[in-house]
Design a protein around this ligand. Structure first.
Ligand SMILES: Cc1cc2nc3c(=O)[nH]c(=O)nc-3n(C[C@H](O)[C@H](O)[C@H](O)COP(=O)(O)OP(=O)(O)OC[C@H]3O[C@@H](n4cnc5c(N)ncnc54)[C@H](O)[C@@H]3O)c2cc1C
Length: 423
């Protein structure tokens, strides 16, 4: 069978939120893109992940004209509740920093982006296999893959964007001699459930007690999302429904206060915690965005927001790079040099330096990534029980918690970081 080749400005590996948003925003600027994705659209749409969107993320969805469901079906949260040993403190985001967050699940963000891309006739290949990326250190990079029908295909481009998630294969194309992997793991995980019950509270509750951490979140009027801290090796089936709800209630406090709304549990997952940053995020004709370049523990609700913040930083720099490239190509076409850029006289693609706009993208994006890493790490350690915890470490954390909730400056730090700083 012959290989089908298409030619675009930018080839994108990974059709999650970062990849699809990149494709859409590039198209708005007249830059062509094609996306490949290993999973089916339906599988991604059914997979529960993040749920809290910063204001800048919501604005990005609205500005990208991907539909207004985030505004009609999403819920604005003007604050959140922090609870320590059953004592609750509300952090009023609007009063403190004039911003809110929105509860709108990631799988719906994905669905809106995928539908918008398809409706606009954007090239996307779902359920591909055998993804390979070639020549990222040359001016002629290329993606090869097998499509869902078994056809081998190739996408030739000027630039490859790796938005292929936390197990990124694109990341490994940045040589180890160039790449620094900053990594830590945590000695705990989140046990996440979806249950059929109405909301326990109108806003999220982040709770800590001597039993550890719990989060009361929502999905919609009839399905709720809750988490509690567990050992990373926990078997989800080893916890009964009653044991799960009793434990979360105990973290929240059993005397007075918030009473959990219980209902049938329809999903149980264990989510390990890691912090990772790849530096740099650009190399030759490859850039990374989203989880491909960094992962955060979910405590600060930063993963999805950070992925889309990368895209905000990336798209103008890609436009700058493509514009410079086209200008240099037309200069070359006007001169008497023979052979297009990307080919030596013997037909081989020569190696290229990382273009300056793409280096700048990496520096800008990493500045925000490290702020988000710091907040996610700090909030994780504030709100979780450490394995070696004793009465001193628990009371010290209580002191830290009181320093945040008992001071307008401490509250403002939390609100500013949680709602996502201004760009
Ligand atoms: C179980 C879970 C729960 C989470 N909960 C939260 C949360 O509560 N709050 C929060 O902020 N964040 C959460 N996150 C993190 C958040 O979901 C991510 O930060 C976000 O998905 C990043 O978007 P992305 O587009 O960069 O990556 P992804 O959404 O992971 O998209 C990457 C895509 O690339 C595809 N892909 C991978 N390899 C290839 C290949 N070789 N070829 C083609 N396609 C490929 C994948 O199938 C995937 O669809 C969670 C993550 C997980 C896994």
């Amino acid at each position: 069978m012959t290989e089908h080749t298409t030619r675009v400005d930018v080839g994108i590996v990974g059709g999650g939120p970062a990849g699809l948003m990149t494709a859409l925003l590039l198209k708005r600027r007249g830059i062509s893109a094609a996306v490949i994705e290993t999973r089916t659209k339906d599988t991604i749409h059914r997979t529960q992940r993040a749920g809290i969107l910063e204001t800048a993320t919501v604005n990005m969805l609205v500005d990208a004209e991907v539909g207004s469901r985030v505004l009609t079906d999403g819920h604005e949260h003007e604050g959140t509740v922090l609870s320590f040993d059953g004592e609750q403190h509300r952090i009023d985001f609007q009063a403190l920093v004039g911003r809110s967050v929105w509860l709108y699940p990631q799988n719906e963000v994905f669905y809106d982006l995928a539908n918008a891309w398809e409706c606009e006739g954007g090239e996307i290949h779902w359920a591909v296999t055998d993804t390979q990326v070639h020549g990222v250190e040359t001016a002629a990079p290329r993606i090869s893959f097998t499509d869902a029908a078994g056809q081998t295909r190739s996408i030739a481009a000027d630039l490859i964007v790796g938005t292929d998630g936390s197990r990124s294969m694109c990341r490994k194309l940045i040589p180890e001699s160039v790449r620094t992997d900053h990594f830590i793991s945590y000695p705990f995980a989140w046990f996440g459930i979806l249950c059929e019950a109405p909301p326990t509270a109108p806003e999220l509750i982040y709770a800590n007690s001597e039993l550890g951490f719990a989060l009361i979140s929502q999905r919609n009027e009839s399905v709720q999302r809750m988490y509690f801290q567990c050992d990373p090796d926990t078997d989800p089936e080893s916890w009964s429904e009653d044991a799960i709800f009793d434990h979360i209630q105990a973290v929240l406090g059993t005397e007075g206060g918030v009473q959990l709304k219980r209902g049938p549990i329809i999903e149980k997952t264990v989510l390990p915690f890691r912090s990772y940053v790849c530096d740099p995020l650009s190399h030759g004709r490859l850039v990374l965005a989203g989880d491909a370049g960094h992962t955060v523990p979910p405590t600060g609700a930063k993963g999805l927001n950070l992925a889309l913040a990368d895209v905000r930083a990336l798209v103008p720099r890609v436009e700058e790079f493509i514009t410079e490239l086209r200008a240099s190509e037309s200069d070359r076409a006007g001169s008497d040099r023979s052979g297009p850029e990307g080919e030596t006289p013997d037909g081989e693609a020569p190696s290229v330096e990382t273009p300056e706009p793409l280096r700048r993208y990496s520096r800008t994006a990493l500045d925000r990534v490290w702020k988000a890493q710091n907040f996610s790490y700090w909030a994780t350690n504030l709100l979780h029980r450490q394995p070696e915890e004793n009465s001193f470490t628990h009371r010290r954390r209580r002191g830290e918690f009181d320093a945040i909730t008992g001071s307008v400056h401490g509250q403002a730090y939390f609100a500013d970081s949680y709602t996502g700083w201004s760009d």
